[in-house]
Write a protein of this length. Structure first.
Length: 255
């Protein structure tokens, strides 16, 4: 018998193997020739493969949302920076609730730069003529974690005062605690001064000896002082309920 056919002889080549030599011990594959990589290379390959897959998953699960959030935060910051309304944010989790953010409008209103404001409590804006009752109401609202609206006389960096219309709202965390406070600030000095002048004029009109009446565009009477009521014989409530267009003459009021 031909030993090459029966196999097992000194010249036997063993069972057939794959074209690459296979992994059989009797054949001429890499295992028989000692060509398999060392175990540490196999482990390293596994780590690298796992690392590549993990990196892809981390990118999909973590970095994409972070990038999306960063884009949203960038848009949010741009909006805040371009507002005409002053914005400040305080961190109530820190001692004394310090300011952690102000926008450019707040800097324009107060004259303070970021470095001069960050880390301070907003109370530094108060001055000699600030209204104590308003300050107490703001403090109470912060303690109660409730929104507060108020107009207070505050002071700029140069010492000049202005009327500050404030809207303060808490930002609650998952436990319902006020983690931050957001304050909106508008300089309303001209409006407040106009309202004060109007009140002074109304008081003067009430006390005037001459008859004074105010009629709107529709011709309805909106105000009449006591002298006018005495002259016409109408009570103030009657005059305001007349409505329509009326001719006001020396002898009275006529449709």
């Amino acid at each position: 018998m031909n030993p090459r056919v029966a196999g097992g002889g000194a010249e036997g080549v063993g069972p057939p193997s794959s074209p690459a030599g296979g992994l059989t011990r009797g054949g001429g594959g890499p295992l028989a020739r000692g060509l398999l990589p060392p175990p540490w290379i196999v482990s390293l390959a596994d780590i690298l493969t796992t690392g590549i897959v993990s990196a892809c998953l981390i990118h999909l699960w973590l970095f994409r949302p972070i990038h999306a959030l960063a884009r949203k935060n960038c848009l949010f910051a741009t909006v805040l920076d371009q507002l005409d309304t002053g914005v400040l944010i305080t961190d109530n989790r820190q001692e004394d609730n310090p300011i952690i953010y102000i926008n450019p409008a707040f800097q324009r209103i107060t004259g303070y730069g970021r470095a001069e404001v960050i880390g301070r409590n907003p109370r530094f804006l108060k001055g000699p003529e600030s209204i104590p009752e308003v300050a107490q109401r703001i403090s109470q609202g912060i303690r109660d974690k409730s929104p507060v609206e108020a107009i207070q006389k505050n002071y700029r960096k140069d010492g000049s005062w202005y009327w500050n219309e404030m809207k303060i709202s808490p930002v609650l965390d998952a436990q319902g605690q006020a983690a931050y406070y957001v304050g909106l600030s508008n300089q309303v000095t001209q409006r407040v001064e106009m309202e004060q002048r109007l009140r002074e004029l109304a008081q003067a009109a009430q006390q005037a000896g001459e008859a004074i009446v105010v009629v709107n565009r529709e011709g309805a009477i909106e105000f009449a002082n006591p002298a006018f009521c005495q002259q016409t014989g109408y009570a103030s409530s009657e005059l305001q309920s007349l409505g329509g267009h009326y001719y006001i003459g020396g002898a009275g009021i006529f449709p």
